[in-house]
Ligand binder design. Structure first.
Ligand code: GTP
Ligand code: MG
Length: 417
């Protein structure tokens, strides 16, 4: 399975695939990763096929990479390098380009550090490497650090603009939904179908790198915003997670995550685990809980009727609080049902609050009356009020964003179903 994915990645890079094969590396060697026999075979094949690049779908140390390049006489890159190259090709917006550049620099820096430690270990020993001395490497490191600092500042600027836009959406109080999922699962296709947008959807990994937001019209609840995001992949390089964090965190702030799965893929279960792992990683980094998640079982048009029955049986076995819907973003099957389920989740789960208001809290009071269902309001003789009301968890959750200084005036009494 991983092989098909790797092949897809190579094609995404615009390279022609000459050969691909799994190797069972029982004992990775520090010098080359691959040991004698495997290496000889690789060398022969690379020469035989007249390849110009070798991609090792694993992590190479800088030493291994250089040794392999010397031995094979061609450029050698590893999984992280490959993904960085693809991202470099795809990034369109300024933010996307800055993020990729940052990821690349962080990756290079990490490799510099490792080489340097290695060299340092050699010093006083045989010192056979010659190569650049410590000062050169330190200078390189400083140079990268300066560039990283510049990039982070530029990114912060771009992201500030984005935050302002986001705050605008919050003010309009429309629910926000984000599509997440493995690369090529069909997020953009679903996005286009739901919003009538025309985002590039293509049969290749990482077709989407930049988040796009469009208005979505829900049948009963009205306006909502839908976010299309960059696809996940297993072993997403940490530098990429780090660099794309701001964009991905935007998805974490959504009221609902729609996890799009390609149920026609044999690797679907693994991909799901990979996606969940990245989501948890992000929620840890950001220190926020994940929003509720519903699953879209996409590409249902591609599966046989037996598989379909299996999926139905699987759905029937799901716990009550797990929502999954078979859908085809291409034929439109299941889309209405999906929208109904989305509304159900957004509407579900009301919370009851108690607020203590003074005469200065006019705006807050007006907001509560407008946006929540006020059940009672009692005033004392100096005009302070105690107000009880209920609203959806989404609405109540917005209170904190909307009136950040009023947190201690509220207590959340209970969550009612
Ligand atoms: N048959 C079928 N194909 C689909 C369906 N949904 C998406 N596809 C195809 O799957 C491929 C990938 O779709 P995208 O929408 O680009 O996938 P994505 O999740 O946005 O991918 P990235 O942006 O690369 O992360 C395209 O060739 C789509 O036409 C579906 O329900 N049925
Ligand atoms: Mg996409």
């Amino acid at each position: 399975m991983r092989l098909a994915e790797s092949a897809g990645l190579v094609e995404a890079l615009g390279c022609e695939l000459e050969f691909i094969r799994p190797e069972n590396v029982r004992k990775p060697t520090p010098g080359y990763l691959l040991s004698g026999g495997l290496l000889d075979r690789l060398e022969a094949d690379v020469k035989g096929h007249d390849c110009s690049i070798v991609i090792i779908d694993a992590a190479l140390t800088p030493i291994q990479q250089r040794n392999l390049e010397n031995r094979l006489g061609v450029k050698v890159i590893d999984r992280t390098g490959l993904i960085l190259e693809i991202f470099g090709l795809r990034a369109r917006t300024k933010e996307g380009r800055l993020q990729v550049e940052l990821a690349r620099l962080l990756y290079e820096r990490s490799r510099l550090v490792r080489t340097w430690t290695h060299l340092e270990r050699q010093r006083g020993g045989r010192g056979f490497l010659g190569g650049p001395g410590e000062t050169q490497l330190e200078a390189d490191k400083r140079m990268i650090d300066r560039a990283v600092g510049r990039l982070r500042r530029d990114l912060a600027d771009v992201q500030r603009t984005r935050r302002v836009q986001r705050a605008g959406r919050r003010r309009r109080e429309t629910p926000i939904l984000a599509l997440v999922g493995y690369t090529n699962a069909g997020k953009s296709t679903l996005f286009n179908r739901l919003t009538g947008a025309d985002v590039m959807a293509k049969d290749m990994p990482f077709a989407t790198l930049d988040t796009t937001i469009r208005k979505l019209e829900l049948p009963n609840l009205g306006d909502a915003s839908l976010i299309d995001t960059v696809g996940f992949i297993s072993d997403l390089p940490t530098h990429l997670v780090d660099s794309f964090r701001a964009t991905l965190e935007e998805a974490l702030e959504a009221d609902l995550l729609v996890h799009v799965r390609d149920r026609s893929s044999d690797a679907d279960e693994e991909q799901k685990q990979g996606v969940m792992k990245v989501l948890f990683q992000l929620s840890d980094l950001a220190g926020v809980d994940l929003p509720p998640i519903i699953e879209v079982w996409n590409k249902i048009d591609l599966v046989s009727s037996e598989v379909r029955e299996g999926l139905e049986a699987e759905r029937a076995r799901l716990a009550d609080d797990i929502i999954a819907m078979p859908v085809s973003s291409i034929t439109g099957e299941g889309i209405d049902f999906l929208l109904a389920q989305i509304e159900g989740v957004l509407d579900q789960g009301r919370a009851r609050i108690c607020a203590r208001l003074t005469s200065k809290d006019g705006a807050l009071r007006a907001w509560l009356h407008e946006n929540t269902q006020v059940e009672s309001e009692t005033f004392d003789d100096i005009g302070n009020a105690e107000l009880h009301s209920s609203g959806t968890r989404v609405e109540v959750g917005r209170l904190a964003t909307k009136f950040p200084h009023a947190a201690d005036q509220f207590s959340r009494i209970e969550d009612v179903q």
